[in-house]
Design a protein around this ligand. Structure first.
Ligand code: PLP
Length: 421
């Protein structure tokens, strides 16, 4: 029996209606930008396996550090203990995070990084004796699938069964360069009538919504409003962090910095699940007290797993290297050129790009998990490229290590697909 056949016996995959969806492709090997399936077919991983393995799969620099760490200290609980990889990672992260970030809190996935951020904001005010219960978020934002994260996510198409159980949320549109006055007016109204604990947002680009980019200046106005009104800002950089937008963090584009930042995905270079919620000293200080219950009693068993920390440290070494920074520039420039080539194609409604992220909207309506999506996915796979349409959006977010030849292949299959849809 093939892996694909054995898979069907006991496995339940995420984001899948098993009665309708095609079988899963069994991958047996991944190296740099190439995935190999059980039949020996090769695919360029053009979305870096959900934008995680940005330095290429099984990167030797990262795997060798991880291998050494595994023989030294595999895991120890992070409550009552600490260790070199966690300490070192906190030092290295603070160097590259926005200047106001001071404390590093460990989680194990993007959703729980957000969950911890939401709980930090709620308890920060609670500790001051204030009961604040509302969050503000962008329309169509995506922040994860646990309850808090699901509540603040605006992409609620599949949240139906849970809607009655979510926390209170007010939504605002993303800034487009000309609407920030209206947004600020509606924020003034919301904050007058509600006790708002925080604003959570994907800075500059909303990933799951279809790689939608918004206006940095408008976002800065919004952040400044919250600062002036003593409302915490939580930047969900789970997708945008670690170089994707051309800077280390998307928050680097705005003058006003978030109070809390959520990180995961590329944090461990795609090797191990881990997440971090960083925050300012002011927030951390809000939990200091002689009263034990004012501490932050949120914990995950694998917090700060030493092996994952070492993968993250090795990832930061690569991110900050001249070689990777040059690659980010090279890919960004290639995307700009590709955008120019196809923007006038009859099947293309719009193109956009920031850093290594490129997206185009097809001139058709398309269901998020429908037929055309499956057909397109198959079209790309048959041509040796893994691209995953998001509604009518096609996007590219390859590892930074992709070669020009591989990148051109990705562009070519997209052009070929445009001629067939
Ligand atoms: C993927 C993602 C999450 C959720 O992360 P998981 O590790 O899948 O729980 C949250 N926010 C953003 C912006 C993401 O892209």
């Amino acid at each position: 029996m093939t892996l694909q056949e054995r898979d069907k016996k006991h496995l339940w995959h995420p984001l899948k209606q098993h009665q309708l969806s095609p079988d899963s492709v069994a991958i047996v090997k991944a190296k740099d930008c190439i995935l190999t399936d059980e039949a020996g077919n090769e695919y360029i991983d053009a979305i870096a396996s959900w934008y995680t393995c940005m330095y290429g799969h099984c990167n030797d620099h990262i795997t060798s550090k991880v291998y050494q760490q595994m023989q030294q200290l595999d895991h120890v609980m992070f409550s009552d203990f600490t260790h070199e990889p966690a300490v070192k990672l906190s030092e290295e992260l603070i160097k590259i995070l926005p200047d106001n970030q001071d404390k590093i809190y460990f989680n194990d996935n993007g959703s729980t990084a957000v969950e911890a951020g939401i709980k930090m904001a709620l308890q920060y005010y609670f500790n001051k004796g204030e009961k604040r219960s509302t969050f503000i978020a962008f329309e169509d934002g995506f922040h994860g699938d646990t309850f808090g994260a699901m509540s603040v996510s605006g992409l609620s198409v599949y949240n139906g069964p849970f809607e009655d159980f979510l926390i209170k949320i007010k939504r605002i549109p993303t800034p487009n360069g000309s609407n920030h006055k209206e947004i600020l007016a509606s924020l003034a109204e919301i904050t007058e009538n509600q006790q708002v604990a925080g604003f959570i947002y994907e800075p500059l680009i909303q990933g799951a919504a279809g790689m939608r980019i918004h206006n940095a200046e408008g976002l800065n106005h919004i952040l400044s409003f919250f600062k002036a009104n003593d409302i915490l800002c939580i930047a969900d950089e789970v997708m945008t962090g670690f170089g994707k937008t051309g800077k280390y963090f998307a928050s680097d584009y705005m003058e006003t910095k978030p109070d809390i930042i959520c990180l995961s995905k590329a944090l461990t270079a795609g090797l191990l699940p881990m997440a971090i919620t960083s925050c300012t000293k002011d927030i951390y200080d809000g939990f200091l007290s002689d009263d034990i219950s004012k501490g932050f009693f949120h914990c995950h068993t694998y917090s700060a797993n030493p092996v994952a920390c070492v993968a993250a440290i090795a990832g930061i070494e690569l991110l900050t290297s001249t070689e990777i920074q040059e690659n980010i520039k090279r890919i960004s420039e290639a995307h700009v050129q590709f955008g120019k080539t196809i923007e006038n194609h009859a099947k293309v409604k719009a193109t956009r790009q920031i850093g290594v992220i490129f997206a185009l909207d097809l001139n058709t309506t398309m269901q998020r998990y429908g037929d055309l999506r499956d057909k397109l996915l198959k079209f790309f796979m048959e041509r040796g490229v893994f691209l995953r349409p998001l509604g009518n959006t096609l996007y590219i977010q390859t590892p930074y290590t992709i070669s020009n030849q591989q990148l051109n292949k990705v562009y070519n299959v997209i052009e070929a697909a445009l001629d067939t849809v």
